[in-house]
Design a protein around this ligand. Structure first.
Ligand SMILES: NC(=O)c1ccc[n+]([C@@H]2O[C@H](COP(=O)([O-])OP(=O)(O)OC[C@H]3O[C@@H](n4cnc5c(N)ncnc54)[C@H](OP(=O)(O)O)[C@@H]3O)[C@@H](O)[C@H]2O)c1
Length: 298
């Protein structure tokens, strides 16, 4: 089967399409025929070697965590899906014709699997952040709300009855409102703009884009422990928390099931790419202004 791989860390040009053996699902995993695979900013960070601690790449690596498609095979201990079912979820090396998933849910009836192919990581992260924030009513603020994680968060939080304020560029203000958030622009004067739309205050804040706003989020919330970042690892210096996928506090399968059960859940697809254009997809993600998700179709 065809898959995207790289044999050295570097810029997006290191990505190649190669022929590789179809992977086999281990216990608790499934193999799918990939209808679409979502791009996450983590993909480019891993490809660039930013997560390797300086160690060189010693073997070819695939790329991609999100995918949706048709189940081809299931490992032992899997009894909730069977070959032929259409699922979305989180796995490894998903920019390929076939890929292994280790967390999944069935694609809701009437939804094109390509539409669900970028839901996995965004939904898992959004669900985990809401759990870790622990706010069950009131108002939350999302910094960088128009990307994949923010788009998922607005929908999950609103469905739980939270009022959501999101920041985005001018270009994405109407998009945030369509998803159900109160929209404000990011940048200088953020605190004043949020206070105007939330005179009663903000109960918690999530920093998604990591653009150095932790101090402003703490000023708005008044309690650093109610501020969590997923991309600013200096946040603890100000008393805020960082959430990562390592040592997860929640089960990804619960997250995927929650999104699948929401009647109108969806993530806007900003752009679709062919497998041969995986490098362009990585570069587009790295530019940092994706609205919703970028999808690669093998
Ligand atoms: N720790 C974890 O568990 C975890 C999990 C998932 C993702 N992440 C990380 O979290 C970050 C966000 O992920 P994502 O998937 O949502 O990214 P994404 O889909 O690429 O979205 C990026 C968003 O950032 C916004 N943005 C750009 N500059 C901004 C600024 N100065 N202030 C506020 N927002 C700004 C953009 O909005 P505009 O286009 O409107 O400018 C865009 O919508 C990435 O760095 C990713 O690697 C961490």
């Amino acid at each position: 089967m065809r898959a995207v791989q790289f044999t050295t860390y570097g810029p997006a040009d290191v990505l190649d399409i190669v022929d590789v053996e179809t992977p086999s699902p281990s216990a608790g995993e499934i193999l799918i025929q990939v209808a679409g695979a979502g791009i996450n900013q983590l993909d480019a960070k891993l490809r660039a070697g930013m997560m390797s601690g300086g160690a060189p790449l010693t073997a070819p690596s695939g790329t991609g965590f999100d995918a949706a498609g048709t189940v081809l095979d299931v490992g032992t201990d899997v009894d909730d899906v069977a070959p032929g079912d259409v699922v979305f979820g989180i796995g490894r090396n998903t920019l390929a014709e076939q890929a292994v998933l280790n967390a999944w849910a069935k694609v809701p009836g009437g939804v094109d699997p390509v539409e669900a192919s970028g839901w996995g990581v965004a939904v898992e992260t959004a669900h985990r952040l809401l759990f870790e924030l622990g706010i069950h009513d009131g108002t939350i603020l999302l910094s960088g709300a128009s990307g994949g994680v923010g788009s998922a968060l607005i929908q999950l939080a609103a469905a739980r009855g939270l009022r959501v304020i999101g920041t985005a560029s001018e270009h994405n203000q109407a998009y945030l409102r369509e998803l159900g958030a109160v929209a404000v622009t990011y940048g200088s004067g953020l605190v004043g703009r949020v206070e105007t739309v939330a005179p009663e205050g903000v109960d918690g804040a999530l920093d998604l884009s990591g653009k150095g706003v932790i101090g402003e989020l703490i000023a708005l919330v008044g309690d650093p422990t109610k501020v969590i970042s997923i991309s600013d690892f200096t946040a603890p210096q100000l008393g805020a928390r960082v959430s990562t996928g390592d040592g997860r506090t929640t089960d990804p399968r619960d997250a995927l099931a929650e999104a699948a059960a929401l009647p109108a859940f969806g993530l806007h697809i900003d752009r679709r790419f062919e497998l041969a254009d995986a490098a362009i997809a990585h570069r587009t993600s790295e530019a940092g202004h994706t609205r919703g998700k970028l999808i690669v179709i093998p």
